[in-house]
Ligand binder design. Structure first.
Ligand code: 5GP
Ligand code: MN
Length: 330
């Protein structure tokens, strides 16, 4: 089995992380490409927290975040490029260096220390210091621990950002990753002023009509047999539907894994660059994180992903045969 050997952050790791932050003045904070709500929420939560203790922080992401997160304070300050004018790089919710995307430019940034805050058990420990806590449902909870350790007052903007991350990665407390600790974190954030039901509505429940059009076509294309449900969303399909939003599966993989018949689900989405983004889900007992890792991606046992070269047919063949094996071997 391919694994980088997950090891929960120790007290010593935390002390080194705090030291790196305290001695830095200008921080480039980067979250993963194709960002989701936890990526954006933990990125902005971290940004507000560090600004509160006087740091200059640039929040950055290669790809534009979905507009549904525009309610987050400083959403418009997220950059897709960065110069070399920093003394620390912070990677957030991002399990490997490649996934920091084009914001991280080795020729400009290679000499800088990297501090990682993440919750993926597939993390490659690419940082100088790595705070990885795979038991947590969201990277936002890792950032909350940082805020509490550094005794930074939990201001409204920090709390709203972090609760958005927690709500997004747990799909409003419905995933198996949701624990009593997640609920306690949510309560702490609510008490600090984060509006829970408004966040659930905006981040999880409501969506553009185009999303459900993608979802509808994706469901029509779904193959379901022997516990494996999978479907594709091609550029051609998006063009035919006249859909402007050019990323994401419209919630398709979640819909598929929530059927009684599915043990494992996968959705293959062709991105604007012609690569195939694979979203995988497994019911308890079916670990898809190792499959993602084998294909150069990562994630968690029940939810993982990878990005493969096209064409679509090749990506589907490679991943589907591997996922059938997961079902047989379980
Ligand atoms: P989703 O299917 O919702 O995009 O992602 C599920 C999980 O897998 C998330 O934790 C996400 O960060 C991770 N993931 C998805 N795609 C990739 C990828 O291409 N590379 C890596 N390293 N992780 C991925
Ligand atoms: Mn996350």
């Amino acid at each position: 089995m391919m694994t980088f050997g997950y090891k929960r952050a120790t007290e010593q790791d935390w002390q080194q992380a705090e030291q790196l932050l305290r001695q830095s003045k200008r921080i480039l904070a980067i979250t993963h490409m194709s960002p989701d709500g936890d990526a954006i929420g933990s990125l902005l939560g971290f940004t507000h927290a560090m600004r509160a203790i006087g740091k200059t922080v640039t929040p950055a992401c290669q790809d534009k975040a979905q507009m549904k997160f525009a309610y987050l304070p400083s959403f418009n300050e997220i950059r897709d490029k960065a110069n070399a004018d920093y003394d620390l790089i912070v990677g957030i919710d991002c399990s490997d260096l490649q996934r920091l995307g084009s914001v991280y430019q080795p020729q400009l940034h290679k000499h800088l220390p990297i501090l990682v805050f993440d919750h993926h058990i597939t993390n490659t420990y690419y940082g100088t210091v790595n705070i990885v806590i795979g038991e947590l449902a969201s990277a936002a909870e890792v950032i909350l621990q940082l805020v509490q350790r550094m005794k930074i007052p939990l201001a409204h903007d920090i709390a709203t950002s972090l609760l958005t991350g927690l709500v997004s990665d747990t799909q409003a407390f419905r995933t198996t990753s949701t624990t009593a600790e997640s609920m306690a974190a949510a309560m702490t954030l609510m008490k600090a002023g984060a509006p829970l039901t408004e966040i659930i509505t905006k981040a999880v429940v409501t969506q553009p009509f185009d999303n459900i059009r993608v979802l509808g076509e994706g469901i029509r294309n779904t193959k379901m047999d022997d516990g494996l449900a999978y479907s594709t969303i091609s550029r051609k399909l998006r063009n035919e539907l006249g859909i402007k939003d050019d990323r994401g599966d419209g919630g398709l993989v979640t819909a598929l894994i929530n059927t009684y018949e599915a043990k494992v689900a996968a959705v293959f989405t062709e991105n604007p660059e012609g690569k195939i983004e694979v979203s995988m889900r497994g019911r308890p007992g079916y670990d898809v994180s190792q499959v993602a890792l084998e294909f150069g991606g990562g994630g968690h046992a029940p939810a993982a992903g990878c990005t493969l070269p096209g064409p679509m047919r090749d990506a589907v063949n490679r991943v589907v045969s591997r996922l059938r094996q997961v079902i047989i071997e379980a």
